[in-house]
Design a protein around this ligand. Structure first.
Ligand code: ADP
Ligand code: MG
Length: 317
């Protein structure tokens, strides 16, 4: 099978939303005239972002999910994506599974593959997503105000524990591992939440590198600090049996959660609680934005809690 046979068999599908999709030199796209484009790209490298031998169906899902999570964090509606793929060899069973995981999520999120690039090389998956959002409604990191509540969706820490198990750092009981691996391999981008938050939140981002480190970005771009309560952090209930210090690090700086962290004026509390019920997704108030800089975390006695360091590809050990 050659390059074009491979693209035709596994990635070319008829265009629905694009004026022109896979097969020409460029795709042709027309966003709604009253909205702006939201663009983001993320790369997954074997041995770096995922373990060798990871189920290809979950890789197809996750490569797209992490990008959709960025659109969700912006409050944007997904529309199109491109896929750059480096493959060590043509493995048709692998490609079939990868593309089925990819398109299952693409269909669920109503986003269309419109082009890409395919080359031989160390297994690397890079997806660029494009969505659209009303310019004034986009959820920027810079919009938080002093006195705003800090919120986070869902629960935190499970994916990070799965990484630690697979790295041989800890051994999780089977049922706990099954849950944590599900969170790591099959993240669900919070698209519906992001779209609704355009009406309620002042700033938002997705939690990919770890809650505290990610919240620092909102702090820096909004020119503020944040105070969080450890007792309020929604640590995944599956981690209950794990020692406190490990649960803290997993939930606060573990990363790979793909939840949304956002800020909102306290007068939005009731609307956000109603939204949580209607989406069937826990939304938890974890702290408050304040003048100053940095994120501090306190326990029930007001004592500072160690937050750990968020993931950084280029930090020195
Ligand atoms: P060009 O050389 O003009 O950049 P290519 O030969 O790389 O084009 O690709 C041919 C067509 O197939 C283009 O429309 C490109 O967008 C598409 N394509 C290539 N790889 C992929 C892929 N992995 N998924 C989807 N479309 C792809
Ligand atoms: Mg060309």
């Amino acid at each position: 099978m050659n390059e074009f046979g491979l693209i035709g068999a596994y990635f070319a599908r008829p265009a629905r939303k694009a004026l022109l999709g896979v097969g020409d030199d460029c795709a042709l796209l027309a966003p709604p005239t009253d909205e702006v484009l939201a663009i983001s790209v993320d790369m997954l490298v074997e041995g770096r972002h995922f373990f060798s031998g990871t189920d290809p169906r979950s890789l197809g899902h996750k490569a797209l999910a992490v990008n959709l999570s960025d659109l969700a964090a912006m409050g944007a509606k997904p529309a199109w994506f491109t896929l750059a793929l480096a493959l060590p060899r043509v493995d048709e069973a692998w490609l079939a599974e990868f593309s089925s995981g990819l398109f299952a999520l693409a269909d669920a999120a109503d986003i269309e593959l419109v082009g890409g690039d395919t080359t031989r090389g160390p297994l690397t998956l890079s997806i660029q997503v494009a969505g659209h959002v009303p310019a004034e409604g986009a959820l920027r990191r810079s919009g938080a105000k002093a006195g705003d509540d800090v919120w986070v969706s869902g629960s935190l820490g499970a994916a990070a524990m799965a990484v630690r198990h697979r790295s041989g750092d800890v051994v999780l009981p089977d049922e706990v591992l099954a849950h944590c691996a599900g969170r790591l391999d099959w993240p669900m981008p919070r698209l519906a939440l992001g779209a609704h938050l355009r009406r309620h939140a002042s700033a938002a981002l997705d939690v990919s590198d770890g809650l505290v480190g990610d919240l620092v970005h909102i702090c820096e771009q909004s020119g503020l600090g944040a105070d969080l309560d450890w007792e309020c952090i929604p640590v995944d209930p599956a981690l209950q049996g794990i020692p406190e210090a490990q649960r803290r690090l997993a939930a606060l700086s573990g990363g790979d959660d793909y939840e949304l962290c956002f800020t909102a004026n306290p007068k939005e509390r009731q609307a956000i609680e109603v939204l949580s019920l209607s989406l069937g997704l826990p939304l938890t108030r974890i702290g408050v934005m304040r003048p100053g800089a940095g994120v501090t975390l306190r326990d029930i006695n007001g004592c500072p809690v160690e937050t750990g360091r968020s993931f950084d590809h280029f930090s020195s050990p």
